[in-house]
Write a new protein. Structure first.
Length: 255
């Protein structure tokens, strides 16, 4: 596996900005995203119903760009995590991570021995169908793969410190809508309870030298999140970005 510039950048104290894709599963979307300057793209499986065949196409069309392809799998399950990596994902986002045990399972599923128990398959999509030294490939894959654990429940916040302590978890990513739902304050991102939960996750990330992540729906929110200490951000998703831009243009022309 070639070097993961997003992982390297955030581990060295930098900031990485990317985006998420939920609907536009076309052969051109990765190149469009890359041309816009996004450093990574997270293709979503949790809410889209996309198959691994679709993801494999999306990963393949990303590989010719400077953008790092990642995927949000639907759940903490070995066959979802390892299969997505074999198909070519260079980063894994896992939703609803609530316990230390879940965090350990994620790492175990994503890493080859001796770190984890990911099944061996070489000369396939994840290593670009190449030959080479197997030990070197294992070492590289374990080193370069990025793991993002989503903290999006009250229980996840309570266990954020233990989750962040697990070696192999790189990012604590706040799922803001689900977290507000879990706290009983849907969509109330200015509520003190929500803000306190966010600060607890940030504190856990700082304590264990991990990175905090978030999806910013607009530039102003993104700038505020960066000031708070988040260092990996997804700027919107394809549907929202397209719809907002279209709505703005149509309204202006009608007006």
């Amino acid at each position: 596996m070639k070097e993961n510039p997003v992982k390297k950048k955030i581990q060295q104290g930098g900031v990485s900005i990317g985006t998420m894709v939920f609907e536009f599963n076309t052969t051109g979307i990765a190149r469009i995203v890359a041309e816009a300057g996004a450093e990574f793209v997270v293709f979503d499986m949790e809410h889209t119903g996309w198959s691994f065949e679709t993801l494999k196409m999306l990963f393949a069309t990303t590989y010719g760009t400077a953008t790092v392809p990642m995927v949000r799998v639907p759940a903490t399950e070995y066959h979802l995590i390892s299969r997505a990596l074999d198909a070519g994902a260079r980063g894994i986002m896992v939703p609803m991570v609530q316990t230390e045990a879940q965090a350990r399972k994620i790492v175990d599923s994503a890493k080859y021995p001796p770190v984890g128990h990911r099944g061996a398959a070489f000369g396939v999509a994840h290593d670009n169908y190449t030959g080479g030294d197997i030990v070197e490939k294992i070492t590289s894959a374990n080193r370069e793969g990025l793991i993002l654990a989503q903290i999006e429940t009250a229980q996840g916040v309570d266990n954020a410190d233990a989750i962040a302590a697990i070696e192999g978890i790189d990012v604590l990513w706040i799922g803001h809508f689900d977290l507000s739902n879990s706290l009983g304050i849907p969509g109330q991102f200015d509520n003190p309870r929500f803000k306190e939960a966010v600060e607890r996750v940030l504190a856990a990330a700082r304590k264990h030298d991990k990175v905090a992540g978030y999806m910013a729906s607009d530039v102003a929110t993104g700038q505020r999140l960066l000031q708070q200490g988040f260092r990996i951000l997804a700027y919107g998703g394809d549907v929202t970005l397209y719809q907002n831009a279209l709505r703005e243009g149509v309204a202006a022309l009608k007006g």
